[in-house]
Design a protein around this ligand. Structure first.
Ligand SMILES: *Cc1c(COP(=O)(O)O)cnc(C)c1O
Length: 437
């Protein structure tokens, strides 16, 4: 494709715009997508041959940058021997080796693994497990979920029902979706002293409705696509205690936070808790191929096997795809043998120095940094496209949504590129705000 000429590209982009849906987009799209031809490390090469620094890690995924040689090599070896085989009746080394690593590294007690192809489906499976758990124990009335506002758990129907009810992208379907309980979002701030009003309100809901509640679902410490909000570990600690007190399962969605992004390998570790069910996705293969997993404690599998029909009725066609499992094993091995904690600290320090000074600037509502995540929340929610375009001119790839301009680069991004990233981001934000005046 490197030989594609300018006029060929125009034809591709025209066709794309008319016929291919992009995420959360109109059809046909009002703006053409940007042609991209190549990735390497934290550099993305565009169709017009420009090279830009990646600020998004392809939505949290590319932990070690693109085309990591060890992950690529593992995938090459796997594709030459067995790219795929059905998981019904068969097993293979990539699935077993990956399961071992997940059980070994994840919070204590998570001992059973269910492989799926995407984050949303990992959450579907988590919800199905939780519902079936209570049916198996003879308490079918416990069939609702409790969650917090500003959450995001995916785009399928079961997960849409637990996304933020208002600013979630799915309020359109509110009549069709299952009705669940929503507590207020956790108070904003990772290191705040809180009066615990938020947890008291959640407790009030639990004490009234726990007989109807199967599980609480939550993104530990970082609420992602529902608002890029960080909250205190103590909230999570108290949430775990409340789940025990009221006999409700805890489903932790670490699809975005899993594998180091916040500074701990799993965000649950900030509160030193184990959920009953844990979901992983996005970050699992380091951005190389799609794979997700739902981990559960033994008590879940034991209850399901004792109840009727005794099985978990779920089995994606590409379940435990060996190619994806191999990529995930390599991704985890690269991570664990890298100085990832130092890298997260390096990025956090750099974000603190370069982004936090924007706090208080007119037009900027808030700036927050945690681990390798930097967020600038604007006063206005309609500037995303302009900021994206301005950043691109500064050699930086960003994908703002609503009022949120945010970045989570690869852990191993070179310091010079990290500098380009924040300089380009800050300039794009300030230029966009200033042209408004
Ligand atoms: C992205 C995301 C999902 C959904 O994952 P998909 O692979 O896009 O289906 C679920 N939960 C969280 C926290 C996410 O960030």
């Amino acid at each position: 494709m490197n030989q594609t000429t300018k006029s060929d590209w125009q034809a591709l982009l025209d066709y794309d715009q008319k016929h291919i849906w992009h995420p959360y987009a109109k059809m046909p799209a009002d703006m053409p997508a940007i042609g991209v031809t190549k990735t390497q490390g934290s550099i993305i090469t565009l169709a017009d041959r420009r090279e830009v620094v990646d600020g998004m890690s392809s939505w949290w995924a590319a932990l070690h940058g693109y085309n990591h040689p060890k992950i690529q090599q593992a995938m090459h070896e796997q594709i030459d021997t067995m790219p795929h085989i059905m998981f019904g009746g068969f097993t293979h080394e990539p699935a077993v080796e990956l399961a071992k690593r997940l059980i070994d590294l994840s919070p204590d007690g998570l001992d059973k693994v269910f492989f799926v192809d995407s984050g949303s489906v990992a959450m579907e499976v988590a919800i199905k497990m939780a519902m079936q758990y209570w049916i198996s124990l003879g308490r079918p009335g416990k069939n609702k979920l409790l969650t917090v506002k500003n959450g995001y758990h995916g785009d399928t129907f079961a997960t849409m029902a637990i996304c933020d009810p208002v600013n979630g992208m799915h309020s359109l379907f509110s009549e069709i979706l299952s009705q669940h309980y929503f507590a207020p979002a956790p108070e904003m701030g990772f290191d705040i002293e809180s009066n615990n009003r938020d947890i008291k309100q959640l407790k009030a809901l639990l004490s009234e409705h726990h007989n109807n509640i199967a599980a609480i679902t939550i993104e530990p410490i970082v609420q992602g696509a529902g608002g890029m909000r960080f909250y205190r570990p103590d909230y999570l600690r108290q949430l775990r205690q409340l789940c025990d007190e009221f006999d409700v399962l805890l489903i932790a969605d670490e699809i975005a936070t899993g594998f180091g992004r916040t500074g701990k390998l799993f965000a649950c570790e900030w509160a030193d808790i184990s959920p009953d069910i844990l979901t992983l996705g996005k970050t699992l293969t380091g951005g190389h191929i799609t794979l997700a997993a739902t981990l559960a404690q033994n008590k879940i599998s034991e209850a399901l096997s004792q109840g009727e029909p005794g099985i978990l009725a779920h089995g994606p066609t590409y379940m435990a795809n060996p190619l994806a499992c191999r990529a995930a094993i390599a991704n985890i091995d690269v991570l664990m043998s890298s100085p990832w904690q130092d890298n997260i600290r390096r990025i956090e320090t750099h974000f603190a120095e370069s982004l936090l000074p924007l706090k208080g600037v007119a037009g900027i509502k808030d700036v927050r940094v945690l681990g390798a995540i930097g967020v600038i929340e604007l006063e206005q929610s309609n500037l995303g496209a302009e900021v994206q375009a301005a950043a691109l001119k500064n050699g930086v790839w960003l994908r703002p949504f609503g009022s949120l301009v945010y970045t989570m680069p690869a852990y191993n991004i070179p310091q010079t590129q990290l500098h380009t990233l924040t300089t380009g981001l800050v300039k794009a934000v300030l230029d966009t705000i200033n042209t408004l005046e």
